[in-house]
Design a binder for this molecule. Sequence first.
Ligand code: ADP
Length: 572
Amino acid sequence: MLHRLSRHRGRATIVVLLGIVGTVLVLVLPAVARHFTDVVIGERRPDLVLPTALVGLAAIAARQSLLALRSLTAQSLESRLVHELRIEMFDRLQRQPVRWFDRNRSGEIMSRVSTDVPNVQKLLTETLDIALPALLQFVVVLAAMFWQDWRLALVTIAPLPVIALVTWRHSKVAEPQWRESGEATAELHALLHDSLSGIRQIKAYTGEPEALDRFTDASQTTRSKYMRVMRGQSLIWPGVSILAEAGIIAMVAFGSWRVLQEQMDAGVLFYFLFAWGFLFEPISKINPLSQTLNRGTASAKRVAEILDRPPEDNLTEGARPETLRGEVRFEHVSFSYDPDSPAVTDISLEAKPGETIALVGPTGAGKSTLLHLIARFYEPDSGRILLDGRPLPELSKEWLRDRIGYVTQESFLFNASLRDNLRLARAGASDAEILDALEAANALGFVEELPDGLETFAGERGTRFSGGERQRLSIARALLRNPPILLLDEATSALDNRTEKLVQQALERLRSDRTSFVIAHRLSTIEAADRILVLKDGQLVQSGTHAELIGQEGLYRNLHRGGGFQSSASSS
Ligand code: ADP
């Protein structure tokens, strides 16, 4: 954070300077008290009552104005820092490899942005706004006390080492406790996120009581972790107060004794009585502050875990060839998500530019995995994939993904306008281009009927649209990108005949002239493919055209006979 702070040196300097001046003005009040005692009363000068009081008032007004200005500047500085931090987090998050997202739950990640970043903000706010000025005030007042009477000052601060030791020991225990409390909160967020995403399943299976139980357990854990920290917090403060207040008694006793011995003016004792408030004011802030400090440090560590993660490698660096024919070759590729269960084993295949390759096989056979490997969401464990004869790791991922159209089965739409959803494929595409793409995807009809047209919001995950509409919208998205390579996971859900025809037609347009890998569920797609690859348990068991494969004994014929493919609308 200090490094980040240094980018805003100007503002930070203003904050510190205003703080220093405001703090030094603190010393005017004890001095006024001493002046009243020693001069106004001691020398019997009624004419000085008003001027001395006015000096005190002016100092109070000036101090508070400066502090207000300082606080305002500090707030603006902090909000800026936190804004930058949030953006940096988001950017860092979305540059993590897909594998990282497999391993971390979204709710947990969200909690780092939604809970931990504000905690860090509080840490900053209170350090800048409270701790630094408090520390400064403490040092200044202490120095003034020593200058007035060093013996009395020593007695006054006698409890301080003990206070420091106690709070230091306490923070050693509290910080890990705060960390655990933060983790429990993240857990709770993860559960909430999970339950909300699966709300339809929960309702359909009347799983509300079980979901509530799970949430109650997680909430209870969060509560007990929190209470554990708070118990410590509530005990430490009375302890510190007892020590601090014992100090004031010692100070008055020793001070009175020195005045009686005529070693010190009574004014000095008054000076100390006033100054004591200012000396211990910072310490009274230690309690809430140590809490924010410990919690903030724990959160800052969780934030740093994200910020320190290197982004997905090879994202921007790597070759960016001028042209791409679209020839894809797999050479003995094996890959597993988890070390002991291979997803695909020893796959070799070749797709010539413009060919359509249909991938068929039972679920879990590894079809989607092949698409993920082409898009480099994951890297093969062994073997290699070549594009136009160049191994993928030589190419920049950004360049590669710019040239891939990926149409997934669920046809995900973001809760943004249709225009923005389509522009994901090509930033800055004009409305005319978008409408062209919609037309080619047979989606223009229903989009034109929407009262808000391209401005229509898609709803969360695109729920505003029907399955068939979403499919065509995501086909339009791919068409807009006009990629040389197409990865297509054909939807399994059955559509009515008319919609089915519209979608099929759109897909044909999309596939033409591109190297296409299609996870095919429909007979019409399979029959139209240049080559069919049959996968089973991660292995390539058959390949050929429909006519060839249907003539052979094997999985393909079994799938075909057993109704493993949906017959398309045109042939039904
Ligand atoms: P298909 O697309 O043919 O249904 P997949 O390629 O999705 O098959 O899956 C192949 C195997 O890899 C399956 O056993 C599946 O459980 C596993 N798998 C798929 N995705 C992941 C993942 N993100 N993490 C762990 N295992 C996965």
